[in-house]
Design a protein around this ligand. Structure first.
Ligand code: UDP
Length: 236
C-alpha cells in the first residue's frame, strides 16, 4: 500500500500509494516547538495523536465538516485523500493565550466575547507570520471567495470541537487547523491533536496540551494519554 516517501515534516511523514489520489500519513513520536528550536519525543505520541485526530475527524465529518480522512490503516498510519494544502494556519481562539495575548499585552485567560479567527502564513523560514486577509490575497495563496469559506469552516469546527471538549471536561482555548482543496471544494486536512490545540482542564485549570512540552510543565505523555482517554469515552 505504502510506496515512496513524498514528504517528511516535523511530526509526520507522507507516503504515496498506488492510487495518485490517496496518500498515507504516518504519525511520528517527535514533538517540536518554537519553530523546531525545541525538540523532544515520547513513545506512543504518534499513535495517540492519530487516535485523537481520527476520533475528532470522524465526529466532524458526521456533523457536516468534510475531511480528508479515508480510514485508519494501523496505530500510526492513516489513509487520506491527497489534497492541495492551502499554506495558511487557520487559528481560532475562544480564550486569549499564546502569541495573540503576548502581542497585545493581554494576560492569558481572557475569555473572548466571540471566537477570533486568524490566518498565519505557513512558512518555516519566516516562522509562520500572522497575515491579513488582503496579504493572503496579495501572496496569491487563497482566492477571494475562499476567505469566507475558510472562516466559516473554522468556526464550525470550533463549535463542534468546543462541545466535544466540554463533555471531556476540557475548555477549548484555541486551536490551529489546515484546510485543503479537493475537487474544487475545501476539506479539513492535517490533524487535530494536543499538538495544535490549547486545552485547559475545566476543574483544575491545568494545561492539557503541547504547552506542557513548550513550557516544561512535565507529564507530557500522561497528558496526551488522558486527553485521548477522555475523547474516546465521549466519542466512542
Ligand atoms: N499552533 C500550531 N502550530 C503552529 C502555531 C500554532 O498548531 O505553528 C496552535 C497552537 O498549539 C495553539 C494555537 O495554534 O493551540 C495558537 O497558537 P499561538 O498563535 O498562540 O502560538 P504559540 O503561542 O503556540 O506560539
Amino acid at each position: 500500500m505504502k510506496k515512496d516517501l513524498m514528504y517528511e515534516g516535523k511530526a509526520k511523514r507522507i507516503y504515496a500509494t498506488e492510487k495518485p489520489e490517496e496518500v498515507v500519513v504516518e504519525y511520528k513520536d517527535s514533538l517540536t516547538a518554537f519553530n523546531a528550536l525545541k525538540k523532544g519525543s515520547f513513545d506512543g505520541k504518534g499513535a495517540l495523536n492519530l487516535q485523537i485526530t481520527s476520533l475528532l475527524f470522524e465526529h466532524l465529518a458526521k456533523n457536516g465538516v468534510p475531511t480528508h480522512l479515508i480510514k485508519t490503516l494501523s496505530a500510526t498510519e492513516l489513509l487520506v485523500k491527497k489534497v492541495e494544502i492551502i499554506p495558511l494556519e487557520v487559528v481560532v481562539r475562544n480564550v486569549l493565550a499564546g502569541s495573540t495575548a503576548k502581542k497585545f499585552g493581554i494576560e492569558e485567560g481572557r475569555v473572548l466575547d466571540r471566537p477570533l479567527v486568524e490566518f498565519y502564513y505557513k512558512d518555516d523560514a519566516l516562522a509562520d507570520p500572522f497575515l491579513s486577509d488582503d496579504q493572503a490575497l496579495m501572496l496569491g495563496v487563497v482566492k477571494e471567495s475562499e476567505i469566507p469559506q475558510l472562516k466559516t469552516m473554522a468556526l464550525k469546527v470550533n463549535e463542534i470541537m468546543g462541545q466535544v471538549m466540554g463533555k471531556a471536561g476540557l475548555t477549548l482555548v484555541d486551536f490551529k487547523i489546515e484546510i485543503g482543496r479537493l475537487d474544487g471544494k475545501l476539506v479539513l486536512a492535517d490533524e487535530i491533536s494536543p499538538d495544535c490545540c490549547r486545552l485547559w482542564d475545566k476543574k483544575t485549570g491545568e494545561k492539557m496540551d503541547k504547552d506542557r512540552f513548550r513550557r516544561d510543565l512535565g507529564n507530557v505523555a500522561e497528558t496526551y494519554q488522558e486527553v485521548c482517554k477522555r475523547l474516546t469515552e465521549v466519542l466512542k
